[in-house]
Design a protein around this ligand. Structure first.
Ligand code: PMP
Length: 396
């Protein structure tokens, strides 16, 4: 298939990847102890600290998906009977409840209504009343398009001496994060979203405080593969440019990670956050101009990595998504069980640029018109373009 014939992939992960990243993935596989691979792995670990803005954090790069990154955090930090507070703004928040229970935690959940963000006054109140060891939250819940205030999460965790675990699968390298300054203990993600590498890597950066809690465990970690005791020497060896082995690393993916993190740092983190803000705002403006609703109840807590529009009344969602695909763009259907049939999702992170978003909005308009929805061609594109060319967009 010619590149020009491709359908634009605008789902919230996996995303479209940069050619240089794909090239690294397709290169002949070196030994996991080859000097050039050790160099790439070591450099990727160092780059992660910069992207996460965690100068003294400990990065982990382990083969698996984002759920493994969540599992690794739970396996290493929870001992039976530990109290955990889960802040849930959607499906991925709920996943943490399920996961922490497996490791024997006593879990309380603060579940926020669909579309709303975390109310940290409620969290502070809850933390004052209970002896929690850790709390988890989802920076951007991909099932609702809701972003939470990760800075407040870290600050409250420090204040109450509770470890904070942030699921940044749909935010790291796109939404602003300063892990260390904000006091976040674990910030985890997966390769296939704004990090810009095909699926297959679980990525975490862990604070000294969280490593201390791990070292103070009374019981061994019950998950053999996830145990930091196994992986810490491996991460340290690669960073010291020494060969080592526990489980074979996903060699090509790690080489691709090194390339992508290099590109992210070359773009500059602030420039990257700004680009995503602009894409997010442009997409929301287009959706509004096309008179579709949105799941986040306030644009101030709407994610900049994906948008979550509702289907127009009387229009079949699956029919609309098919027509949009015929017009050249792939969007994702709904995911949250309470509203699954009511909305769809447009991803705009990583390699996505203004032109991709304008093309995606064009496909959305074409799809709406093909379904007989009330839609004036060009309305959404004009609104998105207005944001793109204006310097005065909201800094949320
Ligand atoms: N958390 C969030 C916020 C996600 O968006 C996802 C994936 N969509 C996950 C966790 C789970 O990641 P994975 O599908 O890679 O296991």
């Amino acid at each position: 298939m010619a590149m020009k014939d491709r359908t634009l992939l605008m789902i919230p992960g996996p995303i479209e990847f940069e050619p240089a990243v794909l090239q690294a993935l397709g290169a002949p596989t070196p030994s996991h102890v080859a000097p050039e691979f050790i160099e790439a792995f070591g450099r990727a670990i160092e780059s992660m600290r910069k992207v996460w803005d965690a100068p003294t954090g400990q990065p982990f790069v382990i083969a698996g998906s984002g759920t493994l990154a969540m599992d690794i955090a739970g396996a290493n930090l929870v001992e039976p009977g530990d109290r955990a507070l889960v802040l849930s703004t959607g499906v991925f928040g709920d996943r943490f409840e399920d996961l922490l229970l497996r490791y024997g935690a006593a879990v309380d959940v603060l579940r926020f209504p669909v579309g709303q963000t975390v109310d940290f006054d409620r969290v502070a109140h809850k933390l004052s009343g209970g002896k929690y060891k850790l709390m988890t939250a989802t920076h951007v819940d991909t099932s609702t398009g809701v972003r939470i205030d990760a800075k407040q999460l870290g600050e409250l965790g420090q204040q109450h001496r509770v470890l904070s675990i942030l699921d940044g699968v749909c935010s790291v390298a796109a939404e602003e994060i300063h892990q260390e300054e904000w006091g976040l203990d674990v910030v985890l993600t997966a390769s296939q979203k704004a990090i810009g590498v095909p699926p297959g890597l679980a990525l975490l950066v862990v604070s000294c405080r969280a490593l201390g809690a791990f070292e103070a465990r009374k019981h061994p970690v019950t998950n053999y593969y996830a145990d930091w005791e196994k992986w810490l020497p491996i991460m340290k060896s690669y960073e010291d440019r020494e060969p080592s082995y526990f489980g074979t690393p996903a060699v090509n993916l790690v080489a691709a990670l090194d390339v992508s993190l290099g590109q992210i740092l070359d773009e500059g983190l602030q420039a990257r956050f700004t680009r995503h803000r602009k894409l997010g705002q442009a997409c929301r403006a287009a959706i509004e101009a096309l008179q579709l609703g949105q799941i986040p109840t306030n644009s101030l807590h709407a994610a900049n990595t994906l948008s979550a529009p509702t289907y127009p009344a009387e229009i079949s969602g699956s029919f609309l998504l098919r027509e949009i695909r015929n017009a050249g763009a792939v969007f994702a259907g709904g995911l949250h069980p309470e509203i699954k049939e009511k909305y769809f999702r447009i991803g705009h992170m990583g390699a996505a640029r203004a032109g991709d978003l304008l093309a995606a909005v064009g496909a959305l308009e074409a799809g709406l018109i093909a379904c007989g929805a009330r839609c004036q061609a060009g309305t959404g594109i004009a609104a998105a373009q207005q944001v793109m060319i204006s310097q005065a967009y909201l800094a949320n």
